[in-house]
Ligand binder design. Structure first.
Ligand code: BG6
Length: 526
């Protein structure tokens, strides 16, 4: 008789590296730009989430550094509201909050004022001495990007960078995106940062890398034996990556109008997704082993030469439209957007990777604001079978297999394959096999910022982008940006808010005999 014992799943936990469960050493997190939106919506709620879950050391403290005068009490009150609104659980445990709030201090200072940085250093030393611990510090740059070099310089001048230190106290630097606005500014920023800090102290954030489902790309590929042998040009026809947002630019018009979708999403989140899908297996999970392989992908991207209409690239802008009975504003009507702006809110592009594994396999990327839904999906479209057996006249070709990874929302993996519909005649139809995180795991995934803050506090850099990766991504994008700058246009193609993008993006794939498709069904609640 067959063994009918249920198959037990085994949880594999890493002893070190990303995924390890360890508590950071006693330390102070200093958030520069603490009165800004990022601190309120993401950083402080994430730090509090970690504290409430007992993932931070008891001797953890937070110094909120910003330019506007404010009392500790006022800042704590604002942050309590922010935590209630934006933290993972949306709950504030009164006792945990009280203990946390006591360890939160507000410090007013100008980023240009060396004395403010010396005073900050004295505060860190004083608190550490009182608590009999080293003055370990994690500096988080959540200020406007143009101030990054200044703050870094001031930290260095105040002796707070501790480059080369082999023993505690240590200092680390977390830098928010955007890291530069083009290749030369990214290079200059890297130089500036590395004059003051060692690369191993620098944590450049791309919050996509903190998403649980993004990390799962590596697990799917390298912890299973069935996918890797077919993950190449022999079996893969093409890859589609969609990063769609239903929201518009909201309050970020002035920033976005200078950035556009190429800088805001393609240069960072999208390139990182391409890397994880396309990279070779790293020699280990050590940070540099993983980042070496990602950097190789970026260096293998086939350049798209500067041109007025760069080949394989579509840029577009959302236009006002009626959605669910409500009028949605067009991009040009958004606050902070320059009249007649030609900043793109949508990009579709065809990317080729010139290496052995991916030769001739197009990666089609698309991203946009105000699209029909908020979702991120990577779909591997396999080559069609030879249509000799089932593709007889009258039956039509048999659809190729597709493996889709839904990064958000309704996170999961879907495999589409063919089955025979029961009945007297052979009738082949595609069927989808689904794995959904929410259905399988009861525990909610941690927020990306929680994961990344914890890793930075632990000094674990795998999920952060290295300086050369960032420069390689800008190197790829630079000719495209040059082409756009050199050939000003009066308007861009448009797409109605709430649609799936412009007709030009459909034409991009149709020219190759393909079409955009989303594989995984939408979330039930969506
Ligand atoms: C940010 C971009 O990096 O990512 C935003 O600046 C964008 O414009 C956001 O909305 C999307 O992140 P997520 O996690 O909501 O997909």
């Amino acid at each position: 008789m067959a063994d009918e014992a249920p198959v037990k799943s085994k949880v594999f936990t890493l002893a070190s590296g990303p995924g390890a469960k360890v508590t950071p050493e006693p330390m102070t997190l200093v958030i520069f730009g603490a009165s800004g939106d990022l601190a309120r919506r993401k950083l402080v709620p994430a730090v509090y989430g970690l504290w409430q879950d007992g993932q931070l050391p008891p001797l953890f403290s937070l110094v909120a550094f910003a330019r506007h005068p404010k009392s500790d009490e006022a800042f704590r009150g604002e942050m309590r509201e922010a935590v209630a609104k934006f933290s993972r659980g949306r709950t504030v445990d009164a006792k945990a909050w009280e203990a946390f709030a006591e360890r939160v201090h507000y410090r007013v200072g100008d980023y240009d004022d060396p004395a403010a940085f010396r005073a900050l250093g004295a505060q860190l030393d004083r608190q550490a001495a009182e608590e009999h611990r080293p003055a370990n510090a994690l500096f988080y740059l959540a200020t406007p990007p143009q101030t990054f070099p200044l703050v870094v310089r001031r930290l260095g001048e105040a002796g707070l960078s501790r480059a080369g230190a082999q023993a505690p106290p240590w200092s680390r630097l977390v830098i928010e995106k955007p890291f530069g606005s083009d290749l030369s500014s990214a290079r200059a920023l890297n130089e500036e940062v590395l004059r003051v800090f060692d690369e191993r102290q620098v944590f450049r954030i791309d919050h996509y890398l903190g998403k649980e489902t993004v990390q799962n790309i590596l697990v799917l590929r390298f912890a299973n034996s069935i996918f890797e042998p077919i993950w190449n040009q022999k079996y893969v026809d093409h890859v589609q990556i969609t990063v769609a947002e239903s929201g518009g630019v909201e309050q970020r018009g002035p920033y976005y109008d200078h950035a556009g979708a190429l800088r805001d999403i393609v240069q960072n989140h999208m390139m990182q997704l391409v890397c994880l899908v396309a990279m070779e297996s790293p020699l280990s999970l050590a940070a540099d082993a993983v980042r070496d392989e990602k950097a190789k992908v970026l260096r293998a991207l086939r350049p798209i030469p500067a041109a007025c209409v760069p080949e394989g690239l579509v840029r577009a802008q959302y236009a006002a439209a009626e959605a669910r009975g409500k009028r949605v504003r067009g991009y040009l009507e958004e606050d902070g957007v320059a009249p007649g702006s030609v900043t793109e809110t949508y990009v579709a592009m065809k990317v080729l990777i010139d290496n052995w594994r991916w030769a001739g396999v197009p990666f089609y990327l698309r991203t946009g604001k105000r699209l029909a839904a908020r979702l991120t999906e990577i779909a591997i479209h396999f080559k069609p079978i030879p249509q000799v057996l089932f593709g007889a006249p009258g039956r039509g070709p048999v659809e190729p297999n597709v493996l889709a990874m839904r990064i958000q929302s309704n996170e999961g993996i879907t495999l589409r394959f063919q089955v025979n519909v029961p009945g007297p005649a052979m009738q082949i139809e595609p069927f989808q096999m689904d794995f959904g995180y929410a259905e399988v795991f009861e525990r909610a995934a941690p927020e990306a910022y929680e994961r990344l803050l914890l890793d930075a506090a632990l000094g674990e850099p795998t999920l952060f982008t290295r300086g050369d990766e960032i420069e390689a991504a800008w190197t790829f994008l630079q000719p495209i940006l040059d082409g756009v700058r050199q050939c000003p246009v009066r308007r861009l193609p448009s797409y109605p808010a709430g649609s799936w993008g412009p007709a030009e993006a459909d034409a991009l794939l149709e020219a190759d005999g393909r079409r955009w498709s989303l594989v995984r069904r939408p979330a039930k609640t969506a």
